[in-house]
Design a protein around this ligand. Structure first.
Ligand SMILES: [Zn+2]
Ligand SMILES: [Zn+2]
Length: 295
């Protein structure tokens, strides 16, 4: 709910004309409660997790060559029914756990000072805050995830997320309800440390989910823009964590690679990459040799 009854009142209070995004925000949010605006998150989660994985599902079912050559575990294929079962379980989790959690966490959001009013934050401010949110989430998630790989944590909670040894995009939030609740903490910590505008908060939740979908997609697409983010883990990085499974003591980080590097938990992955690289090199050489003999 905005503090100003009209655009003119807002402009005279701010001492300047409203920008176009601010006018649009005024038109949209002036008569809506802060609680209602916050609850948009639930809708975003449902929409993002229903729509963003679809290109990957389509690529998997139709085996589109431009995608298929970048499949990380090519021998692993799921049917439409199996993918739909995963989607259905995730939606049930959203409906029973994530949605209610969002509804009751509003007082916390209000307490930490996420604002809904004018002026809107600048693009630079949004970018800086998002960077902090990603870094804080990544670091906290790293340690919680590492704890979930202890014997008790894995057997009681985290094994559900590892049911997919070759993850698919729908499996990003596929987890035990307790894990969903625990991993909500790192997501809220960044905004609690550096509270911003609700638009930044929406963006943060949306981008974090899209990132999780990409890292669980099972495809290491070379043209994805995230390839340009320094120290970004990506699909291949997290895929290895699922590939190794319960014994995995490698690649715990959710977004970046620096935590695993600093704490020495990327050694298995680095070794695996080295061996795989050598193997590919040998196969390439053998294919060239065989080609030469045929000539
Ligand atoms: Zn794990
Ligand atoms: Zn995962």
């Amino acid at each position: 709910m905005l503090a100003y009854p009209t655009i003119e009142a807002a402009e005279s209070s701010l001492g300047r004309n409203l920008t176009l995004p601010e006018r649009l925000w005024f038109a949209y949010s002036a008569d809506k409660s802060d609680y209602f605006l916050y609850c948009h998150n639930i809708l975003f989660l449902f929409v993002i997790f229903s729509l963003v994985p679809l290109p990957y599902v389509f690529a998997e079912l139709r085996r589109i060559p431009v995608f298929d050559r970048h499949k990380i575990q090519p021998k692993f294929r799921l049917s439409l029914q199996e993918m739909f079962r995963c989607y259905w379980d995730v939606m049930r989790l959203f409906f029973l756990v994530v949605g209610p959690l969002q509804l009751v966490s509003y007082p916390t959001v209000k307490f930490i000072g996420i604002r809904t009013g004018l002026p809107l934050p600048s693009g630079w401010e949004i970018l800086m805050q998002l960077a902090v949110y990603f870094l804080v989430e990544d670091y906290t998630n790293y340690w919680i995830h590492r704890f979930l790989h202890c014997k008790w944590g894995y057997e009681k909670i985290h094994s559900v997320h590892h049911e997919f040894t070759a993850p698919i995009s729908f499996a990003a939030p596929y987890a035990h309800w307790a894990e969903v609740l625990i991993l909500g903490i790192p997501s809220f910590l960044g905004p609690a440390i550096v509270p911003g505008h609700i638009i930044t908060f929406w963006l943060w939740i949306a981008l974090r989910q899209i990132e999780a979908i990409e890292t669980h997609s099972g495809y290491d697409l070379p043209w994805t823009p995230t390839k340009y983010i320094p120290f970004y883990g990506g699909a291949e990085y997290h895929d290895y964590h699922h590939y190794v499974g319960g014994q995995s003591q490698s690649n715990f980080a959710s977004v970046f690679t620096y935590c695993d590097y600093i704490y020495g938990t990327d050694k298995g992955y680095q070794y695996h990459k080295k061996v795989l690289g050598k193997l590919k090199e040998e196969q390439k050489r053998a294919a060239q040799l065989n080609g030469g003999k045929r000539d």
